[in-house]
Design a protein around this ligand. Sequence first.
Ligand code: ME8
Length: 529
Amino acid sequence: MKEKFFATTPIYYVNDVPHIGHAYTTTAADILARYNRLKGRRVFFLTGTDEHGQKVEKAAMEKGRTPKGHADIMVENFKNLWIKLNITNDAFIRTTDTEHKKVVHELLERLWGKGEIEKRSYSGWYCTPDERFWMEKDLVGGNCPDCGRPVDHIEEENYFFLMSRYQERLIKYIEDNPYYILPETRRNEVLGFLRTQPLGDLCISRPRHRLSWGIPLPFDENFVTYVWFDALVNYYSATRYLAPSVHGSRFTVHGDWWPADHHIVGKDILTTHAVYWSTMLMALGMPLPENIFAHGWWTVDGKKMSKSLGNVVDPNEMIDEYGVDAFRYFLFREVPFGLDGDFSEDTMIKRINTDLANDFGNLASRIFAMINKYFKGEIPQPDEEEKEIKNIAEGILKKIDDSLHCLSFHKALDEIWELVSCTNKYIDLSAPWALAKDPGKHARLMTVLYSAAEALRFLALYLNPFMPDATQRLWEQLGLEGELSKINLDKEARWGRLKPGTKIKKGEALFPRIEKVGSRKGLEAGSKD
Ligand code: ME8
């Protein structure tokens, strides 16, 4: 079994406040990190902020701040949101960290020393908001093919990473490693363009006179490092100064934590990861990550989220309104990870009421109410083992494992919901309220309510990575002690570990029904701008 697990989110730009898109990626990584901790692995879960480059410099200027001063204010919005969302990141990297800058220098020096970087004069079209160069042939109607905004003609000297050298090697790597880029449709897209278009070299510098907010090139002070080169290095640099130490050392090039198991990103930044980062690592002679997963895009009521449309959803507000667990659950239950999704509060309310309040929450309330009524709040002694429900409960673990291996969060939830449904059916068919009326059926009543409570314990275990607070409450209501997030899943996911005689505890409903239609006020509510 793999002993350690290293997952990353993108490092987010501090030019703006976080929204549900950022919450989505970070929660995905959190679910994996939590799950892997339950499986007994040593986990390094990394997130952070991308603080250099033109976008941040421009946003800071507009606010009359220095770029670093601006970053220092904005970074708090991300850190606070992660606390509120119950995110268990082990480290938070900022690209303005001195240690990160040192590693960027080190890698640039190595590439320069190996002849992988070259100085050239360049003329082309530059999209300032996207910080990307384009060739004449790429432009669409004279504008940036990515964002549609006007581009500037630029002629200057710059440093180039000789990325084109790696085109064939990269194709072969992606072909040989089907798990490297997921989902498969995205992998095919990347392969499609790599096979049909020549890969250019990557401009990795910006002249200082045009942009000063960046890491100076170690071999030429007149230039700063291109923000994407600096940003991608974070995944590795963090292993050098932020990761928990493994076997006492983390300071080697092929360090104990590198490579990552998953880089989780949105589909918007797949190319930078699949092509730039992969070839940078190849040139450095470093191992590539196990997997890059590009998830889909959230729109809101069918439209792209934008400040000008005023439809940007503030995750802080969603958490205040619906609770952190319901929000986390909705994001991963509603849309298969990898596909685009549309966010609407109405749909979320329906999901919460149907899945959480009715199916799951009511199930728990009914079981607890009957244990209180018929057994004075003590888990009864079963008379026999209920093979069917036991096999379903225990069998789900392997299915969750397989689903999460390819980041199919919705599939894992589907599997877990099988247990919710079958426990509901089990209660309905066994009809404990009828058994209770017949003294001859007392043993059967004990078996049924024991088994139902044991099924709840499995639900608490399996759902913990998705809904950490509610499952901890369920755990405590079952009379169980300790932090659920610290247990060992393989040990606990065995039928019969719930001890008869355990006193259950009275508690609030796990998920209260939501009666009203949500009222969203707009993004500015929870964050400093
Ligand atoms: O690109 N739906 O940072 P960023 C789903 N700094 N996910 C979304 C989303 C949406 N509508 N909007 C944003 C950058 N995201 C760089 C990354 S990494 C070395 C450097 C999420 O602040 C999604 O994960 O623009 C996307 O890839 C990321 O936020 C972009 O964040």
